[in-house]
Ligand binder design. Structure first.
Ligand code: 13P
Length: 288
């Protein structure tokens, strides 16, 4: 029998919910959460970097130091799969540093050339897995695949970092419907009690890889956080679903990290480019 992950304990103590109308006319849930400040999650998505295992070790050791010196932050490094096993030997699982995979197969077993299953990534140390990243979706990962992977990861006790985000904005708010559909589809048949194993990362595609601190502000991020929470409540018909952790990703750099995290009221950030530059990454971790 496979073990089913228990939902993580929440630091949230009390909350009150009210429904407000946003500019686009769409009702969003406004949550006023009085909480004991929980650890911010800073996820480093190295994408297909660095170019060699030697450089990956160097970068990992630098990141490990940053994580060890941090306060109130959990750093999660997601290197290319091929480096996972080597890197996990360079650290001890702790409350400040974790390691994750950038992808996994929809399949549990079988002739699936080029893929790795949830149990395989777990066996080389992955406690987390990124699913639904726009770069993976662009290469063919469908909503159905995303949902399938989430179920497989949960069965293995791996925490999913579920990426969602629109390609472009429009005045009619169609992008909100798009995001709502992504969430509904990804979480299809995922029980509310498993939401502790899901972290949602809002990553608007137009903000990814721009490296521009002004691409989005904290206020806009906060609006999206409320919209995602409202969608979770709609799916689960349960206020507790809104305690799901939400990250922001897309051009997070030292200059905007503090504003995005604090005004945006996210539980952390998903960092691409800046996670490859230890100085920048250190500044982002310090801003948490
Ligand atoms: P950048 O931080 O380089 O914009 O990338 C974001 C991202 O795609 C993280 O998953």
């Amino acid at each position: 029998m496979k073990k089913i992950a228990k939902p993580a304990k929440k630091a949230v103590k009390k909350k009150s919910v009210s429904v407000v109308k946003s500019k686009s006319g769409i009702k969003t849930a406004s949550t006023k959460v009085r909480s004991v400040r929980s650890k911010k999650l800073i996820v480093a998505n190295w994408k297909m970097n660095p170019g060699s295992i030697a450089d990956a070790k160097k970068l990992f050791l630098a990141t490990r130091e940053i994580a060890r010196n941090s306060k109130g932050v959990m750093t999660i490094v997601c290197p290319p799969l091929v480096y996972l096993d080597t890197l996990r030997k360079l650290y001890t699982k702790s409350t400040v540093l974790g390691i994750g995979a950038q992808t996994m197969s929809t399949e549990r077993v079988g002739s699936v050339t080029g893929e790795c299953s949830a149990s395989q990534i777990k066996s080389v140390g992955a406690g987390y897995v990124i699913v639904g990243h726009s770069e993976a979706r662009a290469r063919g990962e469908s909503d159905h695949d995303v949902n399938h992977k989430i179920h497989e990861a949960i069965l293995e006790g791996i925490t999913v970092i579920l990426c969602i985000g629109e390609g472009a904005r429009d005045d009619d708010g169609d992008y909100l419907t798009f995001i709502r559909n992504q969430i509904f589809s990804a979480l299809s048949q995922v029980d509310r009690t498993k939401l502790g194993s899901i972290i949602i990362a809002y990553e608007p595609i137009w903000a990814i890889g721009q490296g521009r601190a002004d691409i989005i502000d904290g206020h806009e991020v906060h609006k999206m956080v409320l919209f995602i929470k409202k969608t979770l409540r709609e799916i689960y018909k349960d206020d507790r679903a809104m305690q799901t952790k939400i990250l922001y990703g897309g051009s997070v750099v030292p200059k905007n990290a503090k504003e995005l995290m604090h005004e945006g009221e996210v539980d952390g950030v998903l960092v691409g480019g800046a996670s490859l530059r230890p100085r920048d990454f250190e500044a982002i971790v310090a801003a948490a």
